[in-house]
Design a protein around this ligand. Structure first.
Ligand SMILES: Nc1ncnc2c1ncn2[C@@H]1O[C@H](COP(=O)(O)OP(=O)(O)OP(=O)(O)O)[C@@H](O)[C@H]1O
Length: 270
């Protein structure tokens, strides 16, 4: 891993990032410039096909930029060894079905692989971290179930527990609430707030639900057509004008008396 000459920064910096899946394809991501600072919960929002998942794939080095770069704490993402990157950033993927007969407990324990020597048994610390991650995501009661027997929402919680067990400073989630019932949506988002507050994690999460983003994220990145349309503090980004420009629909914005945040109601003109 090559260190840059600059002073150490606790940031992920995305510089002029452009990406296309093949040489002849048009750009899916276009000149993205953004800095993620530690200690925040970032919500990435935007319409279908605006490039949110493609952006995340670049952040995790699943694909490589065509132009620009991504620096993680002053080191180019492309220079990280896979195992070192797995100790820095964990991912909760979108809608993954787990087609195997592994037990829930074993899948969550896979989050500890970057820290374990080959063929070594789990340490007491691994077991404690895995247990804590399962309790936080409400998976402990079905830890001995086979994962291919789980409902979509249960599977999503197991994958979240596995990412938490990876114990990284950065946690990236792609639509983590998509298949969860309303109670588990709230519980998952509250567990992310706890991870930020008590374990010093920085969260970057793709969300479709603007009200969930408004309630739990203190920073928003709003994408449209492969570009960052606007980014910054949640209430400064989630304005009627900006939301209309991006989603092509109107929004009524109310005060949410329960939590002091805003509440967003979409509506059409006719
Ligand atoms: N490997 C690929 N080959 C061709 N097109 C791709 C590829 N990956 C993404 N795209 C296209 O890039 C665009 C952005 O896709 P992406 O999945 O990043 O959007 P998204 O904002 O995450 O969408 P959604 O909200 O529907 O999940 C889409 O039009 C998609 O079809």
């Amino acid at each position: 891993m090559r260190e840059s000459k600059n002073s150490y920064k606790s940031q992920i910096t995305v510089n002029e990032l452009s990406w296309k899946p093949t040489k002849d394809h048009k750009n899916i991501l276009e000149k993205i410039n953004i800095t993620f600072d530690k200690g925040n919960i970032y919500g990435i929002i935007g319409p279908n096909g605006s490039g949110k998942t493609s952006f995340i794939k670049n952040l995790l080095h699943f694909v490589e930029p065509d132009k620009g770069n991504i620096m993680i704490e002053d080191v180019n993402l492309l220079d990280y060894r896979r195992k070192d990157l797995a100790k820095k950033i964990a991912l909760v993927p979108q809608n993954t079905t787990m087609d195997s007969s592994f037990l829930v407990y074993d899948v969550v324990m896979m989050g500890r692989v970057p820290y374990q020597k080959r063929f070594a048994e789990a340490s007491q610390s691994d077991i404690d971290i895995v247990t804590e991650a399962m309790i936080l995501t409400d998976c402990y009661s079905f830890k001995d179930k086979e994962v291919d027997m789980l409902s979509g929402g249960e599977a999503q919680r197991v994958l979240t527990a596995r990412a938490i067990a990876q114990d990284t400073e950065w946690l990236i989630l792609d639509e983590p609430t998509a298949s969860l019932d309303v109670k588990h949506q709230i519980e998952l988002m509250e567990s992310l707030v706890k991870l930020k507050k008590h374990k010093n994690k920085t969260i970057i999460t793709v969300l479709h639900d603007i009200n969930i983003a408004a309630t739990y994220c203190n920073q928003i990145i709003m994408m449209k057509d492969g570009k960052v349309h606007s980014h910054g503090k949640t209430e400064e980004v989630l304005t009627k004008d900006k939301l209309r420009e991006v989603y092509e629909i109107n929004f009524e914005i109310l005060d949410n008396m329960k939590n002091g945040k805003k509440y967003y109601i979409p509506y059409t003109c006719d």
